[in-house]
Write a protein that binds this ligand. Structure first.
Ligand SMILES: [Zn+2]
Length: 357
């Protein structure tokens, strides 16, 4: 029997997220916001209690005793399953505490420090309680172990941090992966039957999933083009020009890397030692950099690019946005569009591949 057929009580999907105030969003679906608001968590982490006579909790949240006790109190002894979307500290750690209080079975994609689920779920697996079934959908990208959960029959999709309301998901390498994130977004557009609403790990209920998912994909693609344009432009900008903007910087001995001197390419072809005194790294006096042709592009760092790429984002968030920029650059490197000395190092240098810009 579908949950919506069981309940007659009042509910409102569009209630605001207020920590500590349980909100009945839908028949058999109650949201409880944990008291952990912040830049990364918005109003706080959403825990969802799903079912009627028997309950499953999605994302019990951070290890905050008052939040976990509130979940247990609302459950009134009926919580038998705990499903976690991913291992991050604002979603998973309370699973162990809530399991101790309730005796519930915990489930997630994989075991990791601080979260050791009783049951491991693969894509398509069903987690059942009496009257409700959740289907796991593997959606790596934000983290390597991320699952969304579809409430079967009602077609409500619990998205964890794959999609948030009111803020942009951060994809932080190396566990986060932008190429996988994009693939996991496209996957949601192919699910049948499609979701009727998204219930995120942070923020409010969202209608029209197809429109939302498509707009997030478009936004990421737009950002990738901004990254590409910035990389092309900055890599052709004489270093002296860039450094002159950096009034306090050490302009004397900054190292730049020629595109053909990556750690991955031409390692053995360094015939001109005089020109390459640092085996691949080259000190570039400003006076020599009056004009830069395609053959003499310079490697650009994430710090060089961040203010250009995220000029529409408050500067206070740039320290976080650097991770998503890194993730975009890694994706473009995997696709052969961009080169890097070491794409797994955040402080490496990047440049356009070939003569494509
Ligand atoms: Zn989160």
């Amino acid at each position: 029997m579908m949950l919506s057929a069981v309940y007659s009580e009042h509910f409102d999907p569009y209630q605001a997220c207020i920590p500590g105030e349980p909100a009945k969003l839908f028949p058999g679906v109650t949201r409880v916001v944990a008291p952990n608001p912040g830049v990364m968590t918005g109003p706080g982490t959403n825990s969802y209690i799903i079912g009627s006579d028997e309950l499953v909790v999605v994302d019990p949240g951070p290890e905050l005793a008052e939040h976990v006790h509130l979940l247990a109190d609302i459950g009134e002894g009926r919580i038998s399953k705990i499903a976690v979307t991913h291992k991050h500290l604002d979603h998973a750690p309370a699973a162990a505490l809530l399991a101790r209080l309730t005796g519930a079975e915990t489930a997630g994609f994989t075991r990791s420090p601080g979260f050791e689920p009783d049951r491991l779920l693969a894509n398509g697996d069903i987690l059942s309680v009496q009257g409700a079934e959740l289907q796991a959908i593997y959606t790596p990208g934000h983290s390597s172990d991320h699952l969304c959960y579809m409430l079967v029959g009602e077609n409500l999709l619990f998205t964890g941090d794959h999609l948030m309301q009111g803020s942009t998901v951060v994809v932080a390498p190396l566990d986060g992966d932008m190429a996988k994130y994009m693939d996991s977004l496209r996957l949601l557009l192919e699910i049948t039957p499609p979701a009727r609403a998204l219930l995120p790990g942070h923020g409010m209920w969202m209608d029209d999933p197809a429109r939302i998912v498509s707009s997030v994909i478009e936004h990421r693609q737009m950002r990738e083009e901004v990254v590409w344009e910035a990389l092309c432009r900055l890599s052709k900008t004489p270093q002296a020009t860039r450094l002159s903007l950096d009034k306090d910087g050490d302009q004397g001995g900054r190292l730049s890397r020629r595109p053909d001197e990556s750690g991955d390419q031409d390692k053995s072809t360094d015939g001109d030692r005089q020109h390459h005194p640092h085996r691949g790294l080259q000190v570039v006096p400003g006076s020599e950099r009056e004009s830069i042709d395609d053959d003499r592009r310079q490697g650009i760092s994430i710090d060089d690019m961040i203010t250009t790429v995220y000029r529409d984002v408050p500067e206070s968030l740039h320290s976080i946005a650097r991770y998503s920029l890194w993730a975009h650059l890694r994706k473009m490197t995997q696709e052969g569009r961009v080169c890097a000395a070491d794409m797994n190092g955040m402080s490496t240098l990047w440049w356009p591949a070939g003569l494509s810009c």
